[in-house]
Design a protein around this ligand. Structure first.
Ligand code: C2E
Ligand code: CA
Ligand code: CA
Length: 677
């Protein structure tokens, strides 16, 4: 499930045109300029070629007429008429020829002094005039051509009026006469340029057409390639942006998107004068599920959480995963904390239903801490911190959902600091065990010792289990803690055995530890490491631990007893054990809770204790009474049939060295207080 992006987030900076538009316009300009340059170049080429053609045909024409006109009679150019009538008629025939006429409009021949020796304007023959510049240039020996207006045409057959404004082409060619090496005559031929010009125009426009078409195709092809690439890049960057804002496992918003959405919601709520609530949800049994079924199932379960919660939420609410099994629900625009609490309760209601993960049915459940703006904070971070505090309060008090109360906060930073300290404490061996003897009521023989953990805190002194065991149980530190205790207790049992007075050691197990399927292997490894027989280890588990998941407890306990380890039910009488289960469980003993024992004088307690002893004996179980503080209690328990006693009356829990001293004195009979010795 993804979170819709709020409108304000998709707003783009207006000014900058997209890369594609930039590329498109730049490349268009380049293509157009390229087209114009190539076009102009081709146009010039075409025009030059057309003029060269015209010149060539003029030369052909000249060669055609040259001999017949000039060679015989221009020996003496000064001799009056320069063209004979035959020549003239031939010329007229030629210029009148439909083929020639198409091209040649007029022909004029001058001597160097300007005498017209021939002209298609017959009246001009014999006259003398100033030579045009091109003719003078031609006299120097080169052929000169150019474009001029139609007045350049000198021909009787050419109607100037009809061709006014048209352009013609002239070619002035030098001719050597009479064997002279220097040209003596210039012949100028004018040709029609209208057709040539039309041909040039036609060719040029055709070239322009093809060029433009080709460049357009090229441009479009390029544009397409670039547009496709650009679309891919845009898509990829959108995907990247999405990845950066969403949790990959669940597809929910991640912390950074949540912060943005929350910040926006907080701004809006200030304007609307309403509230934003943050629900921090922590799943209750996720770690166990992850540890026992593996990460695969854990991941699948996490992915189901978002969709499961949706029905309890409103369309604009956001679900985010912060990591691990922590989820946040952002509720913008709530009326008050009560409304948020109500939503939180429906969320918990949905979570209570079983999750089916690959055929395994999982009971999850959760705790929710609620913080509401502006009462519990005006910014996202503060709200989140307070929701976290409220969540821990909800967990501790098992209230399900709890609204933040500054009173919760008092121990919260300390709690966090302590968590880190405890982790380090376990790693660096700050946990120490104290031992409390267990003595047989009949014989007075010391049968064992219960190992009770203490934390030698570097600054706070010796801390008792109630100050850190609950914290360890909630956070997954309980496993390393249990392993550390097991290790030390078995090391001690091995020492006692070496000293020739083997004592069973009793170790307390938390509910979490009992539900770990690795427990059997952990215990087996610790026994092997210290070379201790399974029978020298007793595990104490509470009634409530067993009843939390009796089937599972049964499996784990059976696997433990295979190692020879004995198990007893601790705090017996405080829970609601089912007799049926007690019978089925592979337990060896019952430990009557000290709350009934220390105050055995009361009638009710006496009844509870005596019936517990009767029950245990009838089930064939061993009975221990803990919390025996005085001689009379001891005696009374002995009379009621209790097997073993433990309590301050014998010894407080003490370090191993102190225990050994006590033990030595006990053996020496110094402790006469203990009956049976
Ligand atoms: P518990 O298993 O019921 O342990 C017996 C508690 O009763 C011990 O408290 C012990 O000091 C106290 N006690 C013994 N004799 C007397 C007596 O005559 N009078 C009174 N009033 N109290 C007596 P402690 O050591 O503070 O331990 C408290 C609880 O902490 C234990 O209760 C046990 O549940 C838990 N615990 C202790 N060590 C461990 C451990 O290594 N692992 C786990 N998971 N829990 C532990
Ligand atoms: Ca115990
Ligand atoms: Ca107990």
């Amino acid at each position: 499930m993804t979170v819709p992006r709020p409108a304000w987030m998709s707003r783009r900076p207006a000014a900058r045109p997209s890369l594609l538009v930039q590329f498109g316009s730049l490349s268009l300009v380049i293509v157009v300029v390229l087209g114009l340059v190539i076009g102009q170049l081709l146009h010039t080429l075409i025009a030059d070629r057309a003029q060269a053609n015209a010149r060539a045909s003029a030369e052909v024409y000249l060669q055609l007429v040259q001999r017949s006109f000039f060679t015989p009679d221009l020996q003496s150019p000064s001799a009056g008429t320069v063209a004979t009538p035959d020549q003239l008629s031939l010329s007229e025939q030629l210029t009148g020829d439909p083929v020639v006429r198409q091209q040649v409009l007029s022909a004029t021949a001058w001597l160097a002094d300007g005498t017209v020796v021939f002209s298609t304007a017959r009246d001009e023959i014999g006259t003398r005039e100033l030579l045009p510049a091109s003719a003078r240039k031609a006299l120097a020996g080169e052929t000169v051509s150019g474009i001029a207006d139609s007045s350049r045409v000198r021909s009787d057959a050419y109607d100037l009026g009809q061709h006014a404004g048209e352009q013609v082409m002239f070619v002035d060619m030098p001719l050597s006469i009479g064997g002279s090496s220097r040209p003596g005559v210039v012949v100028e031929i004018t040709q029609d340029y209208v057709q040539t010009e039309a041909a040039i125009r036609h060719d040029t426009s055709m070239v322009y057409g093809w060029l433009a078409g080709g460049l357009l195709v090229l441009y479009l092809a390029l544009f397409r390639v670039v547009a496709t690439a650009s679309r891919r890049i845009r898509h990829q960057s959108a995907v990247n942006r999405d990845l950066a804002l969403h949790d990959t496992l669940t597809g929910l918003a991640n912390r950074s998107l949540l912060r943005d959405v929350a910040t926006q919601a907080l701004t809006t709520s200030r304007r609307h004068d309403d509230h934003v609530a943050l629900l921090l949800l922590d799943l209750d049994r996720f770690k166990e599920i992850n540890d026992t079924l593996g990460h695969h199932h854990g991941d699948l379960l996490l992915a189901l959480i978002g969709p499961r919660l949706r029905p309890a939420l409103r369309p604009g609410d956001t679900i985010a995963r912060l990591g691990g099994d922590e989820f946040v629900v952002l509720l913008p625009g709530v009326v008050d904390a009560a409304e948020a609490l109500q939503i939180a309760r429906s969320v918990l209601g949905l979570l209570d239903e079983v999750f089916a993960v690959e055929g395994v049915e999982l009971d999850v459940g959760g705790s929710i801490g609620i913080a509401v703006s502006p009462e519990h904070g005006r910014d996202f971070e503060t709200l989140l911190r307070h929701a976290d505090v409220a969540m821990y309060a909800a967990k501790t008090n098992q209230t399900g959902a709890t609204v933040y109360d500054p009173a919760h906060d008092a121990n919260s930073p300390a709690r966090l600091a302590m968590l880190g300290e405890l982790r380090r404490g376990i790693d660096t061996g700050q946990l120490v065990l104290h031992y409390q003897p267990q003595v047989d009521m009949d014989s007075g023989e010391v049968t064992g010792a219960e190992a009770l953990v203490r934390w030698a805190h570097p600054t706070r002194g010796l801390l008792f289990p109630d100050e850190f065991i609950p914290l360890a149980e909630r956070t997954g530190l309980i496993r390393p803690l249990t392993l550390a205790v097991l290790d030390q207790a078995l090391a001690q049992a091995a020492r006692w055995a070496q000293d020739g007075r083997p004592l069973a050691v009793a170790v307390n197990l938390s509910a979490r530890s009992l539900l770990e399927l690795t427990l059997r292997d952990d215990v087996a490894a610790a026994l092997a490491r210290h070379g201790v027989q399974g029978g020298m280890l007793e595990l104490e588990i509470t009634e409530s631990t067993v009843m939390a998941d009796p089937e599972r407890a049964l499996v784990v306990l059976r696997s433990l007893t295979e190692l020879g380890v004995t198990v007893s039910i601790d705090d017996f009488g405080t829970g609601y054990s089912s007799m049926a289960y007690l019978q089925r469980l592979p337990v060896h003993g019952l430990k009557i809770d000290r709350s009934f024992v220390t105050d055995l004088g009361g009638d009710v307690n006496e009844v509870i204790v005596s019936s517990s002893i009767d029950l245990a004996r009838s089930l064939g179980l061993h009975v221990i009474a803990e919390g025996v503080e005085d001689r009379s209690t001891w005696d009374r328990l002995a009379r009621l049939g209790c097997h073993t006693g433990q309590g301050y009356y014998l010894s407080r829990p003490v370090p191993a060295e102190v225990f050994d001293e006590w033990f030595a004195r006990h053996l020496d009979g110094e402790l006469a207080a203990v009956p049976g010795v």
